[in-house]
Design a protein around this ligand. Structure first.
Ligand SMILES: [Zn+2]
Length: 479
């Protein structure tokens, strides 16, 4: 057994079991042995193999990101920040995913390695990675040192466009079934991996691309295995209208009628519910259905904010009883910035500063995500919980003056102040650098992969356009 002690930590965010919430503590010792927290309090007197001076450190539980797509999103840096179709209520999802996607497993490996580094460097220690299975995925994730909830995606249909206003579906149920079987195989391989940090989430990709039978069987497979289940729901106006056209119900109402909701179900985004001002449904029941059923929502503000879309609003979701967690979805993979945006956008949507607090967002990024994953041992610093720990440097200028370090971290410093990260008791970030992966080398491979992806665009785009025509550079190129 190896014991590490963070001695005299200036500030700690600890889990108070009686209050069921995160609280500040000052001037305490945090000891962990192997993968578990042993002690949190004053004057640890046990033996220690390593002592870390905590006097300049703000110690947090590792952050939990419950929605991401590392195998391709970094390939979109410089591409998707301003890409969206006004004719599809601003979303660029369908046009982009048709014309621009990873061309090969080397591209996926470079993209994922780059994303895992970004995530570790902002203090994410647990990640739901929703990706089509690719060669080398399980081993690369294990190598990263992060705690992984691998969510291999599959669907009965793929989207395609023939114009810029109608979303079409190419159905192939046999492909969906084969993808489902392969996904369960990948999850079993993750669970059996000797690193012991990998698990899985059953992940049919989107509510509009999967048949009723595939969705029901997927949720049943998740329940049988004691795993979470995730599905993109209400992520665009186009999708909501399509589901109402098919079923006469919103996506959330239809999901409820199929038995897909409840504890352990994580809906990706769930932005366009029936109360949303862009939907204005004749029912106003979606929030209540999600809250009453104990369903979780993975909120990822950045991609939607770029389109000009916001959740309406995070505070109302909380008050409805929905289990709220956060995700990064796209690059940058910075969960601290997602906390900041989620807070500010909720207040804009509500025109009310009291609708959410920083504590609400930090809870979502830690204990909320853990609840969505049915893992009470994560997202909390307390004896017996997993030793997933982030150390923030209070000497970082953006952390000063340190009156309220969580506010300094969320609204000012973010990843710039993260210095050390431990997952399962193992150090994976030291002095602000990832120890397990090579972000610099991955970045070089990523640019080459992005060029291959751009070169393939005219053969995939419905109008045979180049990537430069689909998403021009932000400034014109001078001669
Ligand atoms: Zn997603």
């Amino acid at each position: 057994m190896t014991t590490t002690v963070i001695k005299n930590a200036a500030w700690v965010i600890a889990w108070d079991e009686a209050l069921r919430r995160q609280v500040y503590r000052r001037g305490v010792d945090l000891a962990f042995a192997d993968d578990r927290i042993l002690f949190l309090g004053r004057d640890f007197t046990g033996p220690a193999d390593r002592v870390i001076d905590g006097r300049t450190r703000f110690v947090l539980p590792g952050l939990i990101d419950i929605h991401s797509h590392p195998e391709h999103e970094p390939l979109y840096r410089g591409i998707r920040e301003e890409h969206g179709l006004p004719s599809m209520h601003m979303t660029g999802l369908y046009e982009r995913s048709q014309a621009l996607s990873a061309t090969d497993d080397e591209a996926r490996a470079a993209s994922a390695e780059f994303a895992y580094c970004e995530l570790l460097l902002c203090g994410v220690t647990s990640l739901v990675d929703i990706s089509p299975p690719w060669g080398g995925w399980v081993d690369l994730f294990a190598k990263s040192g992060m705690r992984g909830f691998l969510a291999p995606g599959y669907a009965s249909a793929r989207w395609y466009l023939e114009d810029d206003h109608e979303l079409r579906y190419a159905w192939d149920e046999a492909r969906g079934r084969a993808g489902f079987a392969a996904a369960l195989g990948t999850i079993d391989a993750a669970l059996a991996h000797p690193c012991g940090r990998l698990s899985g989430v059953v992940s049919p990709m989107q509510i509009d691309t999967c048949t009723e039978d595939l969705l029901r069987d997927s949720r049943a497979a998740a329940c049988d295995r004691g795993l979470s289940f995730t599905l993109h729901v209400a992520q665009s106006v186009t999708e909501v209208r399509e589901m109402i056209r098919r079923h006469g119900q919103t996506p959330v109402q239809w999901a409820q009628s199929l038995g897909l909701l409840g504890p352990g179900t994580i809906l990706g985004h769930a932005l366009f519910l029936d109360h949303h001002s862009w939907i204005r449904g004749w029912t106003k029941s979606d929030l209540g259905i999600l809250g009453d059923s104990g369903t979780a929502v993975a909120h990822c503000p950045t991609p939607f904010a770029r389109y000009g879309q916001i959740m309406e609003n995070f505070g109302d979701y909380l008050r409805a009883g929905i289990v709220m967690g956060l995700g990064t979805d796209c690059a940058p993979h910075n969960l601290v910035e997602e906390m900041r945006k989620a807070a500010i956008l909720a207040r804009i949507a509500a025109r009310d500063i009291t609708t959410v607090t920083t504590a609400d967002l930090f809870h979502a990024a830690t204990a909320g995500g853990a609840k969505a994953l049915m893992r009470d041992d994560l997202g909390r610093l307390a004896p017996g919980r997993k030793a997933d720990i982030v150390l923030v440097d209070l000497a970082c200028p953006q952390m000063q003056p340190t009156r309220d370090p969580l506010r300094s971290f969320v609204y000012h410093a973010a990843d710039r102040a993260v210095r050390e990260v431990f997952v399962d008791g193992h150090q994976v970030v030291a002095d602000g650098r990832v120890l397990t992966l090579d972000q610099g080398a991955a970045g070089a491979r990523l640019r080459a992969a992005q060029q291959r992806m751009e070169a393939a665009a005219p053969g995939r785009d419905y109008r045979r356009r180049s990537a430069a025509e689909i998403t021009p550079l932000s400034l014109p190129m001078a001669e």
